[in-house]
Design a protein around this ligand. Structure first.
Ligand code: ADP
Length: 458
């Protein structure tokens, strides 16, 4: 069989063989941080297959820093006082894969353990695994797909940084939604991206131009929730590295300019049992099972509590603007892109709910975990789904709003009895602190907007 174009991951035995014959010389040993970034070390492959495959270590501040690697006070899990000790990074050998866009390189993802070999509760992979296990106890498997939207810019990251990230020039000059001609011009980035990810075992469906100049979307085939989150993190990393290799730059900021459309990460969700679509029921008008209705009722009712996990920065909330395809209301609708939740595949085996609230900056592990927890709550409490909303949901005054600011979402997270029950107080307190710090930093800094607005005229 010709396997050249088939997604593949490397078995540990394959890695040993390829290390011996010199195909692979470097192994990236990575964990996922709170921001969803890959963090870790580069091992010589010979060392990895001989010893480091068992475990390596990292400073425990990796799950307590902000984007700029500052060490905010106020975390219970670690601090200067506690000496910022180590965590164990335990490679998950089922995630070994080639990294075809780098020479001679493979990658493995790690679980993060404490000194007693217990999973660190606030580590994103552990947060998701906990909810997957709860769902498993109910006899279901979650299949998820997270869309990745992002903008490409013509200049290199280095040039943009040197220029203070001003005069940002998207790689194209006009809205390229579904455009084939415009996206042909971007194939120097997007074709290697699709092909390299495919060869790395990430089941890429395709890419398309999105609804703004320079905006792209990558779709990955739906998969079990943990795989989906792993794919998302690897794909986001790959996009950044491949764009950098091509001398252009990329941003996953949800709103890089107030006059431009924002970038999202919609999350498609369905539950399965023994390989059958548990959300489907042919006898229902829309093909939705009672299970799906309970799940969706839980998703919608608890959306304010978990919005932080879909929109974790100050900038994330700039995206929620009317008439931009980003939602503002926590209601559902049938194949209607103005609502927070859209029913897709009605009447088919592929019936699923798409949550449209998440921004391109979400951490896929935390986002999926929070939504699974909300859906499970709906199933356990047999919550009743309200009828779908119709028309332009932006103008539906009766529909509940998505929290409008990070401050608002942080209050909801902090006060969420439901999330405290299902994720644990330690996890909710940890991410509440993360959110508070982001807001404190924003509140402290004087922005360009304030200067331009008031310098002369105040
Ligand atoms: P759209 O045209 O709205 O982008 P697609 O049909 O391309 O919708 O599907 C969007 C995403 O939904 C894809 O990544 C696909 O893999 C995923 N998807 C399809 N079926 C399911 C399902 N049953 N459960 C979860 N995700 C699914």
């Amino acid at each position: 069989m010709d396997t050249k174009n088939m997604p593949c991951t490397l078995s540990f035995e394959d890695l040993k063989t390829q290390t011996k014959d010199g195909t692979i010389d470097t192994v990236l040993v990575c964990m996922v941080d709170m921001q969803g970034r890959l963090m870790g070390k580069r091992f010589h492959a010979a060392n990895f297959v001989e010893t480091s495959y068992k475990e390596t270590h990292c400073c425990n501040y990796l799950l307590a820093t902000d984007l700029a690697m500052a060490t905010p006070p106020g975390y219970a899990s670690t601090s200067w006082q506690a000496g910022y000790g180590d965590y164990v990074m335990k490679p998950d050998l089922d995630t070994i894969r080639p990294v075809p866009w780098l020479d001679g390189t493979a990658m493995v993802l790690c679980d993060v353990l404490d000194h007693h070999d217990e999973p660190v509760p606030h580590s994103p992979r552990a947060v998701l695994k906990k909810q997957i296990a709860r769902l498993d106890e109910l006899g279901f498997e979650a299949m998820m797909a997270t869309e990745l939207e992002f903008f490409l810019f013509a200049d290199s990251l280095e040039a943009l940084r040197d220029g203070g990230f001003r005069d940002l020039k998207p790689i194209s000059g006009y809205n390229e939604d579904y455009h084939i001609f415009q996206t042909t011009k971007e194939e120097s980035v997007m074709r290697p991206l699709r092909n390299h990810l495919h060869a790395a075992g990430v089941p890429v469906e395709g890419t398309k131009g999105e609804a703004e100049a320079g905006q792209q979307e990558l779709n990955i085939r739906y998969s079990p929730a943990l795989d989906c989150a792993d794919y998302h993190s690897i794909a986001k990393h790959a996009i950044k590295e491949i764009a950098w290799q091509q001398g252009v730059s990329v941003t996953f900021l949800p709103k890089w300019h107030h006059d431009r459309v924002g970038s999202s990460s919609h999350v498609h969700q369905s539950l399965w049992k023994d390989g059958e679509a548990a959300f489907a029921d042919a006898s229902d008008e829309l093909g939705m099972s009672d299970l799906m209705k309970h799940y969706m009722a839980g998703l919608i009712a608890n959306a304010p509590d978990y919005t932080y996990f879909l929109a974790p920065y100050v900038n994330s909330y700039k995206r929620f603007a009317k008439g931009t395809f980003a939602p503002t209301k926590t209601v559902w609708s049938v194949d209607n892109r103005t609502a927070g939740f859209r029913l897709c595949g009605a009447g088919t085996k592929g019936v699923r709910v798409e949550c449209r609230i998440g921004g391109s900056d979400l951490n896929p592990y935390l986002a999926q975990a929070a939504m699974l927890a909300a859906g499970i709550k709906g199933i356990e409490d047999k919550m009743v789904l309200a009828p779908p909303t119709t028309g332009d949901v932006y103008e539906d005054a009766k529909a509940d709003d998505i929290p409008q600011t990070l401050r608002d979402a942080t209050d909801k997270l902090r006060g969420s009895a439901f999330l405290r029950e299902v994720m644990g107080d330690d996890v909710v307190d940890h991410y509440t602190r993360c959110a508070e710090w982001e807001q404190e930093e924003f509140d402290r800094v004087v922005t360009d907007w304030e200067i331009a607005r008031g310098f002369e005229q105040a």
